[in-house]
Design a binder for this molecule. Structure first.
Ligand code: CMC
Length: 403
């Protein structure tokens, strides 16, 4: 932790935790005018997504998430996020063809993937490769048309990178994208080499669609902060990937599933959750910054799809287990499941390895991130908040041999 003396007197450079800051401010108490974590602070107008935390509703470009979940696809929803309108049949066909045409990855990316140390997690590999894509993309232009093209390339290539790296880590050869398959089905195919069933492909598509966008969440906000300096779109998405990786954001889906595996059976739910709450632990996949009074609307659609998938498999173990956990956490703590909770068992039953869970969130969120980056460029102002300095003041500089 460092505190710079002098300089901007309204600004702290303390990189500490809430507790450390609380300790520093003890005596005066916390400043009630500061909205820690920017909770409840509105920082922009946006036409992309409406999140109503009180009512528990969500819409993309004015279309309710339930309508999209029931009738749309990931490709169509991506088009909607980029262009603001639902595509005609011809527009969707052309857009899907563009995505298929951009799925392959350059030799440079293969070489980067192959030299990464084995300890590198898929999200770290993805962050590195998306950063590298910037130097490979020869389009210097930063018009909105060029940025839409770059966004399409990102949506198309990121699943190929994730699947290739996962297989490389397993000592398996990468699988070329299949141009006959849709975006979600192709990703499952590139992971396992097996053609997914209609139910599997549809379930993956639904999960991706529901995760495609969610307003000013932490990773989108971080992407917009980078874009607001007029840095390039690849840098903004690289920033977002780094932010999504954290356990309080995208990292929760994997941890939620790991918890389900640790709990193991419905009988063990009550003692496990009670013990975790007694230890003041956070239950992953529960709680939300925005949905405080109503459930995250995405979780209902994921839960419904989990039921259908379990019905097709003829095994309701994970549906029953997830339901029991959700009921227990709500009863004990008043917290609802968020998007990550039911996404966990859904991805697990689709054969997605645990280490690829967070990258699936990233794959799904590219359209949202890039739509926001383009919106930021269109109405840009540098994002630069302030902080109250709470460190020591007016300290005399001591020569090094006198400290
Ligand atoms: N388990 C147990 N207690 C919780 C949880 C949880 N999952 N979430 C919040 N709380 C408690 C927290 O301990 C605090 O209690 P107290 O007032 O007694 O100290 C109270 O609820 C408020 O918590 P908070 O951290 O101030 O709330 P927040 O709005 O800052 O945090 C959150 C939101 C999502 C970070 C938090 O709910 C959490 O850590 N959840 C678990 C991680 C998770 O599932 N993240 C995925 C979020 S949804 C997908 C995404 O957008 O990334």
């Amino acid at each position: 932790m460092s505190a710079k003396a002098g300089g901007d007197s309204t600004e702290t450079t303390v990189a500490g935790t809430k507790d450390t800051l609380a300790a520093r401010t003890s005596g005066n108490g916390p400043d009630p005018s500061i909205r820690e974590g920017l909770a409840g602070v509105v920082i922009a107008q946006s036409e992309i997504c409406k999140v109503d935390g009180e009512r528990g509703t969500l819409s993309f470009r004015g279309y309710d998430i339930g309508e999209l979940a029931c009738h749309s696809t990931f490709e169509e929803t991506s088009y909607l996020l980029f262009y603001g309108e639902l595509p005609t049949a011809a527009e969707l066909k052309a857009f899907s063809a563009r995505l298929i045409g951009e799925r392959a990855i350059d030799d440079t990316i293969w070489r980067i993937l192959s030299v990464l140390p084995e300890t590198v997690e898929p999200m770290e590999a993805l962050r590195t490769c998306v950063s590298a894509l910037c130097s490979i993309d020869c389009e210097d232009d930063d018009t909105s048309e060029a940025n839409t093209e770059k966004s399409i390339r990102l949506v198309a290539k990121v699943p190929t990178i994730v699947a290739a790296y996962y297989r490389h880590k397993q000592g398996l050869s990468p699988i070329d994208p299949d141009p006959e398959l849709g975006h979600a089905a192709n990703f499952l195919y590139m992971l396992s080499g097996e053609q997914p069933t209609e139910m599997q492909a549809g379930s993956m598509d639904l999960a991706m669609l529901l995760m495609a966008e969610h307003g000013f969440n932490a990773s989108t906000f971080s992407a917009r902060v980078t874009a607001a300096t007029l840095s390039d779109i690849y840098s903004a998405v690289t920033t977002a990937i780094g932010t999504l990786k954290g356990p309080l954001h995208g990292g929760a889906n994997r941890r939620a599933m790991q918890m389900m595996l640790d709990i193991g059976s419905v009988d063990n739910v009550e003692p496990y959750i009670t013990a975790a709450l007694d230890r003041k632990e956070r239950i992953m996949g529960f709680g939300h910054r925005v949905y405080k009074t109503a459930p995250d609307p995405r979780s209902a659609y994921l839960r419904g799809r989990l039921y259908e998938l379990c019905a097709e498999l003829g095994d309701f173990h994970y549906y029953d287990l997830a339901t029991a956990i959700a009921e227990t956490v709500e009863a004990r703590k008043g917290l609802y499941p968020n998007v990550d909770f039911y996404a966990g068992p859904l991805l697990y039953l689709l054969g997605v390895p645990l280490e690829v869970f967070i990258p699936v969130f990233a794959i799904s969120r590219i359209p949202g991130w890039t739509a926001h980056v383009m919106e930021q460029y269109a109405r840009n102002r540098l994002i630069r908040p302030l902080a109250t300095y709470v460190g020591p003041d007016n300290r005399p500089y001591q020569a090094i041999d006198q400290r």
